[in-house]
Design a protein around this ligand. Structure first.
Ligand SMILES: *[C@@H]1O[C@H](CO)[C@@H](O)[C@H](O)[C@H]1NC(C)=O
Ligand SMILES: *[C@@H]1O[C@H](CO)[C@@H](O)[C@H](O)[C@H]1NC(C)=O
Ligand SMILES: *[C@@H]1O[C@H](CO)[C@@H](O)[C@H](O)[C@H]1NC(C)=O
Ligand SMILES: *[C@@H]1O[C@H](CO)[C@@H](O)[C@H](O)[C@H]1NC(C)=O
Ligand SMILES: *[C@@H]1O[C@H](CO)[C@@H](O)[C@H](O)[C@H]1NC(C)=O
Ligand SMILES: *[C@@H]1O[C@H](CO)[C@@H](O)[C@H](O)[C@H]1NC(C)=O
Length: 353
């Protein structure tokens, strides 16, 4: 059973490598299982955890993608939070949260505290109370390996886009603090697509601060890279030269007493600065699925091949185990102590810390 887990992990890694070669970076899900304590099987804490996590997916999906709950009494209280990406519909939101909850339970089996950033949502739980303040740890920085051809032009365009989207996201209301947008740069009218989001319970001021920090970190780790994500529990920034979000968002918000002067219709989405040029991103939508179907076929072949070689794989099991724990080490060196990573969640992109 363990060896089939390793085979799965290897195949997943391989698929990611192949899809990366096709121009698409997929660094999700990103795990953080905090190594500060384990609960015991069948304990009150586990029961409370199940209770808290069970309510998340339906509650968040009917609540514009954000839900904060707790279960049990001290010292076994479990607090859990789910945040969906601001552009996804309620069905996608619900699916993402229930899948992510499963992943958390499978990968952070006994951890008292854990978090996963997934592609369409973030889920975390803890025995402490989450206050509505900026949480900067754990964090993750991920990027593709491709550099922009002209760092200066790219960097300037990105800076402008980030500033514009940050004020839209921070100006959102208590249901959603989210913005997406794109900007053209360079002579061949390449584009940068960016997405910024805060936990909507942050104040506008805190959202703005959090986004400033993740942007600064993105320039620290990944200056000039064209496919980047920097994730905090409270906010994140992602950008890419390929469109990766729904515009307009799949769900519009009701009008609320505004926490800004923006009209609700504008919140959650910013239109392209220069409309029109959609051609290049269209071709990516075709190329990437084709590449991934091809990758799938290769993988099926490999799968059969590897089943036959199961014995050999089992023999090298120890070594891959060591490799994963050294990945954990290399993360912890820079990101002081906090949270360790679980094997199956690691992608090689994740190494950039
Ligand atoms: C929690 O359990 C894992 C193994 O399941 C162990 O490696 C780790 O040291 C434990 N953490 C604490 C703080 O006891
Ligand atoms: C936990 O509870 C289940 C069902 O009540 C039981 O089957 C299982 O043996 C228990 N496990 C432990 C470790 O106590
Ligand atoms: C995320 O949501 C989009 C729809 O917005 C969907 O196409 C995609 O498959 C989802 N990703 C995952 C990993 O489920
Ligand atoms: C959460 O659990 C950890 C590990 O058992 C413990 O050290 C900490 O005090 C707990 N925090 C709260 C608020 O109960
Ligand atoms: C990207 O730029 C970095 C920093 O300038 C450089 O070290 C790296 O080799 C470049 N990568 C590629 C693939 O060109
Ligand atoms: C994004 O950059 C990659 C790597 O340079 C390139 O292969 C791809 O065509 C670009 N995508 C778009 C939409 O320009």
């Amino acid at each position: 059973m363990e060896s089939s887990f390793i085979i799965q992990t290897l195949l997943l890694l391989l698929l990611q490598i192949i899809c990366l070669a096709a121009g698409q970076v997929n660094y999700f899900p990103i795990f953080r299982c905090r190594d500060n304590g384990n609960f015991t099987k069948n304990s009150t804490y586990e029961t409370n955890l199940e209770t808290a996590l069970a309510s998340l997916s339906s509650a968040a999906s009917t609540n514009y993608g954000f839900y904060n709950t707790y279960a049990g009494v001290s010292p076994n209280t479990v607090t859990a939070i789910a945040i969906c990406r601001g552009d996804v519909g309620s069905e996608t939101c619900r699916d993402c949260i229930s899948n992510t909850v499963l992943l958390l339970r499978q990968n952070c089996i006994n951890n008292i505290e854990a978090l996963i950033w997934n592609s369409n949502c973030t889920v975390r739980y803890s025995n402490r109370t989450y206050a509505s303040v900026v949480e900067a740890r754990p964090s993750a920085k991920v990027s593709g390996s491709v550099n922009a051809s002209d760092f200066d032009v790219f960097g300037k365009a990105l800076r402008g886009l980030e500033g514009r989207l940050r004020s839209v996201a921070a100006g959102g209301n208590s249901l959603r603090k989210f913005a997406t947008g794109d900007v053209g740069f360079g002579p061949d009218s390449s584009k940068i697509y960016a997405m910024l989001q805060c936990s909507p319970d942050l104040s506008s001021f805190d959202c703005n601060s959090c986004l400033s920090i993740v942007y600064t970190e993105s320039q620290g780790c990944c200056d000039g890279k064209i496919d980047v994500g920097v994730f905090y529990p409270s906010c994140y920034i992602r950008y890419s030269n390929t469109s990766f979000y729904n515009n307009p968002p799949a769900i519009m918000l009701p009008s609320l007493p505004p926490s800004s002067t923006k009209s609700p219709a504008v919140q959650g989405g910013v239109d392209s600065e220069k409309g029109g040029k959609r051609k290049s991103s269209k071709s990516v939508y075709v190329i990437v699925p084709v590449a991934c179907v091809f990758a799938g076929l290769v993988l099926i072949g490999l799968c059969i091949f590897m089943k036959k070689r199961r014995k050999n794989i089992a023999a090298t099991k120890k070594e891959s185990g060591t490799a994963f724990s050294s990945l954990v080490m290399s993360e912890n060196q820079n990101h002081s102590a906090n949270l360790a990573q679980v094997g199956s969640g690691i992608t090689f992109e994740d190494l950039i810390f």
